[in-house]
Design a protein around this ligand. Sequence first.
Ligand code: NCD
Length: 300
Amino acid sequence: MRTRRSLIDLTDLSAEEFNEVFARARLFEAEAPEKRLGGVACVNIFFEPSTRTFTSFNLAELRLGADVVNLTPSDLSYLHKGESVEDTVLTLAALGIGVLVVRHPHEGFPAEVAQSFDGHVINAGDGTHAHPTQALLDLFTLLEEFKSLAGRTVIIVGDVLHSRVAHSLIAALRRLDAEVILVGPEAFVPGKYAQDGVRIERDFDATIPAADAVLLLRIQRERIKSMPIADEEYIARYRLDEKRLGHLRAHAIVMHPGPYNRGIELTGNVLRFAGWRYAKQVMHGVAVRMAVLDLLVNGS
Ligand code: NCD
């Protein structure tokens, strides 16, 4: 992170850089941080709805003492008055903005912004491409549980194809030497995902006893024109329910990036399961985002 200006995806992050983020996040969870972003203006621009990520970035920035401005698409004159993205970014730079946190439905939008902005850009989710801070907080949650991920098996279930969370997480899990099993129908988990350390399985039940962790994904309906699988079939084959929970190993945990759909990818039993780590993921999200902000702005 030392020399990194922006965080667009995790594909070129070294294991050392991952550990740097996690070490700093641990520090921030252990004690109230100094105002390490005092005087730094952070602008959050979300072109898609967001509850968790938006609130979490806001809290992270406020806890580090930053000045925080939130823009929604209706506030952005370039959308209505013909200004280009580049010129909007130049305006924000002229205002002395230090950090832009950007969520956008189009893959590559945050990277495009980063090219014309001389401050720091953090990708808060771009289309189906990447969601680096979500993957970092998922890894942080896993590491809190297992100390090291080497040789651990993480099963990711569901709509991998349309999930930016899964795309960022798969790359990151491999960097930390975890074994990954992707589970779902062909339309959600096509063969192209198979690679060294990443296996594809269609039969969820057959994989459950191997899991150290199961990460469930929401079906990204807003990105799918016609559903390739009926809900009833998806539920029968892939929903984590009481019976399937019973086949998990005693130490196994279950995660979900949220928002989760009760009745589709999980039943209420999962929310009462001792290994359900959703609240931990959300909680760690603030410290992990503080760590990313601090490392980008202040360095190691
Ligand atoms: C995800 C997202 O927006 O990519 N949610 C999140 O940020 N925690 C996943 C989703 O929408 O299903």
